[in-house]
Design a protein. Structure first.
Length: 93
């Protein structure tokens, strides 16, 4: 089973793509390291003030996958100081 988490982020203080990458790249690395998820920026790569990141996990138990991705979403919402979460969505396939 595949589980995905899509998070739409707002980065209000960014004035360039280079600055945006400076905020997004550490977030992606931290999520991969802390939660053992595959993670990448999926959309709005050319926007200075927004980003869409995706996290994915494979497993056999849908409950475990759902719980793990909910933990990732909560962590980003409460611990990431560089922006705001506009939306997040978990899908199980």
């Amino acid at each position: 089973m595949l589980a995905t988490l899509t998070i739409h982020l707002r980065l209000p203080g960014c004035a360039s793509l280079k600055e945006k990458r400076g905020h997004i790249k550490p977030l992606l690395n931290r999520l991969h390291r802390e939660f053992n998820v595959s993670v990448a920026e999926m959309d709005l790569q050319d926007s200075w003030s927004e980003s869409v990141i995706g996290c994915a996990m494979l497993g056999t138990d849908p409950g475990v996958l759902q719980s793990a991705l909910e933990a990732v979403s909560r962590w980003v919402e409460s611990n990431w100081p560089d922006g705001d979460v506009w939306d997040s969505k978990i899908e199980l396939v």
